[in-house]
Design a protein around this ligand. Structure first.
Ligand code: ZN
Length: 288
């Protein structure tokens, strides 16, 4: 690990690496990003906190072991939900995980359902997104750090991770929706019924505030990324009552222990080899 970072630094580091850090012999390539209501990994052993300074800012995480795996856990909103979705430093978070050697990320997102058929408490393995965010640092390739890449997003969420998630969920007999479109709004306000109606006509299934740019930065960094969305409420105009954060927290609380176990189970059975193409980067060398 130390060698890898040193080598990267010697090569100039690319857009993601700032300064190297001695992680000893730790081999950690799996990460969990916890969304609303998921602030501690719990089931990890020998866990310790770690702070990493990247060129995009500071990121905090907890590193621990689960069986023979070392896992990094990062609470997206901070350990006390102090960061609203539009102020999360997504670039620092993903850059830190990349620098740590992470190759795969599983995350949770709390979402509102845009379809009455997707009821409160449902788990959704989303496979597409629509991005309506406006004021976020959303790319590592802004032209200052080297070549400009236009990254392919035909398959935004890692198919291998999604497969393993669905297999573990199915194996446990837990009902879930396999596939769906996540529309990401800027927040922190909830949406209007008119917005939800428009989103529905665009084909969106669930609405949330955090999957983008987390998923896009992960792909730019060559990391596999999947999210398990928890439907915490019906969206505005579908819900019979006004939306509250309390309702969101209450539903997440019911599910969070299940999700902790699920994620660690998925991470434990994942084969070492990545069969997807999330890490591939287009060769943009121009030939005269
Ligand atoms: Zn992948």
């Amino acid at each position: 690990m130390g060698d890898r970072l040193t080598n990267s630094e010697e090569k100039g580091g690319g857009p993601l690496l700032n300064k190297s850090k001695d992680f000893g012999n730790m081999d950690v390539n799996l990460a969990i990003i916890g969304g609303t209501g998921y602030y501690h990994p719990r089931l990890l052993e020998d866990s310790r906190e770690m702070t990493l300074d990247t060129k995009y800012g500071r990121a905090k995480m907890i590193i621990g072991t689960y069986g023979d795996k070392t896992v990094a856990f990062m609470p997206r909103h901070g350990d006390r939900h102090q960061l609203p979705p539009h102020r999360v430093n997504y670039r620092a978070n993903i850059a830190a995980l990349k620098e740590l050697g992470i190759q795969r990320i599983l995350s949770t997102t709390a979402v509102g359902s845009i379809k009455e058929s997707i009821t409160q408490g449902t788990l959704v393995i989303v496979d597409q997104f629509i991005d309506l965010t406006r004021n976020r640092q959303h790319t590592f390739y802004d032209g200052d750090d080297g070549p400009v890449y236009h990254t392919d997003f035909t398959e935004p969420y890692c198919p291998q991770l999604r497969n393993h998630l669905s297999n573990v969920l199915g194996g446990k007999g837990i009902p879930f929706v396999n596939g769906g479109t996540y529309i990401c709004t800027e927040g922190p306000r909830y949406e209007t019924p008119a917005e939800i109606q428009a989103f529905s006509s665009w084909g969106a299934d669930v609405v949330g505030m955090t999957s983008v740019p987390e998923v896009t930065l992960a792909r730019e960094a060559g990391l596999c990324y999947a999210t398990l969305s928890m439907v915490t409420n019906l969206a505005a105009g579908i819900s019979p009552h006004p939306l509250t954060h309390r309702e969101v927290i209450d539903v997440v609380k019911e599910k969070i222990n299940l999700i902790r176990e699920l994620f660690l189970e998925v991470l434990a059975v994942l084969p070492q080899t990545r069969s997807c193409s999330c890490w591939e980067k287009e060769d943009i060398t121009l030939e005269e």
